[in-house]
Design a protein around this ligand. Structure first.
Ligand SMILES: [Zn+2]
Length: 366
């Protein structure tokens, strides 16, 4: 079990050292607080783990043993039925993310979710594409309320999954093209039951999808090099020509691919706590440097993000504190925040304002 408890003083120190943060990799349905999930699950009379108490429920959502990505994502079985197809719940989760992100001094975030997953199969069968639009609009409503109440800026990325039908994947792209609030598309692994992932497989359909995204100005990011090896990163950036890579830790295993990531300055959205709890970086590798430490030392273009606070038990400050415990300096972490601002999918005029603000906060050049 990983020792993952931080005090209020730890969080306050992190907020004073890093007064402005940017988050690029966080799954909206992985940000639900245990209390909100509990309320939703109870109101829908869904099955509960353990003895049916809040304590058992909260324990089931929190991952403390690094086993596999499959294991890390397993609590979704309790929470997905709690929000799928429920527009008010989707709006609430988006609003509450803004509140919690602002508490950790995030000034800009890109939050991602799968419209199909948030709508659920039952409602999708009933409403089709109009249902997907409704769920995206519910999330946008929650974000817009949150932006106003908490003084934060939040944009949306929509997630498609490897292994989905081409029709479903294309619907995600269509939604990305439709809404100004949506600034990019994410491609994610659908976890098979055996837990073995093959990230960013090359298919004619996905190649066409990414080509269409590029042609129509939709920015893209691909989960790669998390559960699988460096070749997935190569496929993501060289075949799909994505703008950013989700995770990318295993780049360091292949000197040629790693060198190309450094030379091309491809942005790697790193997530410290989930990298351990998914066993993407295995405890048995602890005698080696964590890839994020390598990225910092080699001045790779990386950022620090929270991924799934529901399962790690902490929002972004926890990830910053963990990275500091590995020896990342204040300067390296400040640079990672500027990297995130520079790699954001904001329209150019908004991005240059954000970049200036972060650079002047941390006295950095760019
Ligand atoms: Zn992710």
């Amino acid at each position: 079990m990983l020792d993952n408890y931080y005090t209020t003083a730890d969080y306050a120190k992190c907020n004073s050292e890093f007064p402005k943060k940017v988050e690029l990799h966080v799954h909206l349905d992985g940000t639900i607080t245990h209390k909100t999930a509990w309320e939703l699950v109870r109101s829908k009379q869904l099955p509960l783990p353990g003895n049916g108490t809040y304590e058992d429920f909260s324990k089931a959502l929190l991952i403390t043993e690094p086993e596999s990505l499959h294991h890390f994502l397993s609590p979704y079985k309790y929470i997905t039925p709690a929000y799928a197809g429920d527009m008010a719940a989707n709006e609430r989760i988006a609003y509450e993310y803004c509140m919690n992100a602002a508490k950790d001094n995030i000034i800009y975030a890109e939050v991602r979710f799968s419209p199909h997953k948030s709508l659920g199969e039952k409602e999708y069968n009933r409403l089709g594409f109009a249902g997907l639009e409704a769920v995206v609009e519910a999330v946008i409503r929650g974000i817009e309320r949150g932006e106003k109440d908490f003084g934060i800026t939040v944009k949306v990325l929509l997630t498609a999954y490897y292994g989905w039908s081409y029709g479903d994947q294309f619907e995600v792209l269509k939604l990305c093209q439709k809404y100004d609030k949506v600034v990019g598309m994410d491609l994610c692994t659908k976890q098979p039951d055996n837990g073995v992932s093959d990230e960013a497989p090359v298919t004619a359909e996905l190649l066409f999808l990414f080509e269409e995204a590029k042609k129509t100005g939709v920015k893209t990011t691909i989960h790669a090099g998390e559960a699988s090896g460096p070749k997935a990163i190569e496929r993501a950036k060289d075949y799909y020509r994505c703008d950013r890579i989700g995770h990318g830790y295993h780049a360091v295993q292949d000197p040629v691919i790693y060198k190309s990531c450094l030379e091309e300055k491809i942005h790697l959205e790193c997530c410290p706590w989930s990298s351990l709890l998914t066993a993407a970086v295995k405890p048995s590798d602890s005698h080696r440097k964590h890839p994020i430490v390598r990225f910092a030392e080699d001045e790779a273009n990386f950022s620090l993000n929270s991924d799934d606070p529901t399962f790690t038990g902490k929002f972004i400050n926890g990830d910053f504190i963990l990275a500091q415990s590995w020896g990342l300096t204040k300067e390296q972490i400040s640079q990672s925040i500027l990297n995130a601002a520079l790699a954001s999918f904001l329209p150019e005029n908004e991005k240059s304002k954000l970049v200036k603000e972060i650079a002047s906060t941390y006295h950095l050049k760019y």
